[in-house]
Design a protein around this ligand. Sequence first.
Ligand code: NDP
Ligand code: HSE
Length: 433
Amino acid sequence: MSDKSQQDHRSVGVAVLGHGTVGSEVLRLIGEYSEDLTHRIGGTLDIKGVAVSDLEKHKDSPAAHLMTTDAMSLIERDDVDIVVEVIGGIDYPRQLVLAALNAGKSVITANKALVAAHSAELDDAADRAGVDLYYEAAVAAAIPVIGPLRRSLAGDRVVAVKGIVNGTTNFILDAMDSTGASYDDMLAEATRLGYAEADPTADVEGHDAASKAAILASLAFHTRVTADDVYCEGISKITADDINAAKKAGQTIKLLAICERNGDKVSARVHPTLIPREHPLASVSQSFNAIFVEAEAAGRLMFYGNGAGGAPTASAVLGDLVGAARNKVHGGRAPGASTYANLEIADFGEVETRYHVDMDVDDQLGVLARIADQFSGAGISLRTVRQEEKGDNARLIVVTHHAPERDLAGVVEKLKAMDEVKSVNSVIRLESE
Ligand code: NDP
Ligand code: HSE
C-alpha cells in the first residue's frame, strides 16, 4: 500500500492491556499483518500504549517504548478508540473494562472469568455507550463459536452445547491416557506452553471451563447464565487408576462442559466424563478443543481447533479487533448479547445423566444384591456391573442408566454407610453418542 493511501485512512487508536502469552502475540500479529488489516478495516490500527505490571521485565521488547504500568490513564487517553483487555483476573479488569465502555471505547477481551461473572453489567455499559463488547477469544481460543452462536444461529433454537473447552485439562488427560505421563508433569508442561491460567487451579478445578460454559449457555439459550449457575467439578481427583480402568472398558476420560435446554429450563455443568473411544470427542488430543452445538433446524454442528496458546488466542482477538475497528471507521455496532428468553436455571439435582460408580466391597455372598438394592430402591436402573479381584476385597464397577443427580447422590451416601462397602473410589458421569 502506498504512503498516500495509508495517510487517507482513518487511524483507530488501540490500547492493549497486558503483554503476556496473549498480549504479546496480539501485538506481533498487528505488526505482521498491518497492511492487510488496514485494507480489511478501511483504517489503520494505531497502538497508543501497552499496559503491563512490570516495565523491567519488558525492557528489551520491541514494544517497550509504548509500555506503561498505568492502564487506567492509558484507557482515558482521547486518542484511544478501542481497548484490548488481556490481563486476566476479575476485579481489576472489571474496573478497566467498565471505565473504557463508559468512556465510549469499544472493548475486546479474552477474559472468560470476567465475562462470566459480570456480563450483565458489561453488556449494559456497552449498550448505554453504544459501543462494541467482543469476547470471541474467551471461549476455546481460536475456535469461532461465539460469533456463530450470536449471529449464524440467531434464527434457530439451540438445544445443547457440549464439548471440550479447556486446553490445559485436555492436554493433561490426553497425556495421562496416551503415554501414562503424570498429572503434575503435564500440568507443569501446560503452564510452560502458555495454556494454563496464571493460577492453574482455575483450569484443573474446572472453573475456567465453567466460565466458558456460562458464556456459551447465555448466548445459546438467550438467558443470563453466570459461572455461579454452572455445576463444576475438575480433574484433580482423577487418578491413573481411573484412566486405566476407563481404557480397559474401551473408554477415555475428558473434562466436558455440557449446556442443555430442557423445555423451559436450562442447565450447565462441567465435570470429568467417561466417553467411548469411538466418540468424536475421544480423539480430541493435546490442547485442542471441540464443541458440538445442536440446534433444532440446523442439526448438529461441530467446532474444532486450537483451544489455548498465544497465537491461536490472538487470532480470535484480532478478528474481534477488526470488527470493532470497522465499526469505528464506518459506523454501526455489533449486536449485543440477547437474554430475552430468561429461562429458568434447572436445579443441578434435577439434571439427568449416567454414572460409573467404582467401589471396593467385601467379597462375600449377597453383597452384590444388597448394593443393587440401594440403586433399585432409588429407582436407578443398572446397565452393567463388573467385579474384579482386589486383594481380600472385590472391586465393583456399576454403570447406571440415566438418573437424576439428586437420586444418585442419595445412593452414594447410602453406599458409603454400608459395612460391606469399604470405599467408594470414584463416581464419574458418562456420555455416549
Ligand atoms: P499472562 O499472565 O501471560 O499475561 C498477563 C499480562 O497482564 C502480563 O503482561 C502482565 O504484566 C499484565 N498485567 C498483570 N497485572 C497487570 C496490571 N495490574 N496492570 C497492567 N498489566 C498487568 O496471561 P495470558 O496472556 O495467558 O492471559 C490473558 C487473558 O487471556 C486471561 O484473561 C486469560 O484467561 C485469557 N486467555 C488466555 C489464553 C491462553 O491460552 N493463555 C487463551 C484464551 C484466553 P507483566 O508481563 O508485566 O507481568
Ligand atoms: N487456560 C485456558 C485453557 C486457556 O487451558 O483452555 C484458554 O482459554
